[in-house]
Design a protein around this ligand. Sequence first.
Ligand code: BEZ
Length: 221
Amino acid sequence: MTTSLRINDTAPDFTAETTAGPINFHDWIGDSYAILFSHPKDFTPVCTTELGYMAGLADEFSKRNTKIIGLSVDPVDNHHNWARDIEETQGHAVNYPMIGDTELTVSKLYNMLPADESGSSEGRTAATNATVRTVFIIGPDKKIKLMLTYPMSTGRNFDEVLRVLDSIQLTAQHQVATPVNWQRGDDCIIVPAVSDEDAKAKFPGGWKTIKPYLRMVPHPE
Ligand code: BEZ
């Protein structure tokens, strides 16, 4: 059965085989943030570039107390073999676990499979059993903070995932939101729930009122 997940839902827990051994997802997350991302198939070109890029970002995620884990319906042995190609061609060793979701357990829990033309699970083909490109950011509270779904033929922008993670972590600590194309260090927006009176205490350095509902404040420390 597939589920319809929403932001703020508790991320479904599961046990799975991974390249780092069996895991229980919630235990594996622990007190960290986590990024769970699926790719369609091992030994395919776009996926090779994506997983290599994620390996290159590992230090950035680690600095942000964030674990990353990949997934496809390929077996763990294939993941291990393909990881050698990724390192050779992309210059980064895959240093995060990859789930071998051969029974489609996690794919179904997280709605990672594309719509089946036949509409029935019996009619699924090898192509419709390939997971689409999804990304979930999950907090230490195990709640879903972000969900992304990309087409098969489009490689993701993982710098954007890092940018959203920065925004999520900042806005979890301070009563701010982040404007269009915001990057770490840029000015932020004081959320409407904070009155000017309360803002004086929270942002003693002051802010700029462009409209009563649009108040810009320097990036909180
Ligand atoms: C790829 O990674 O290149 C790819 C995988 C599945 C469908 C289309 C492209």
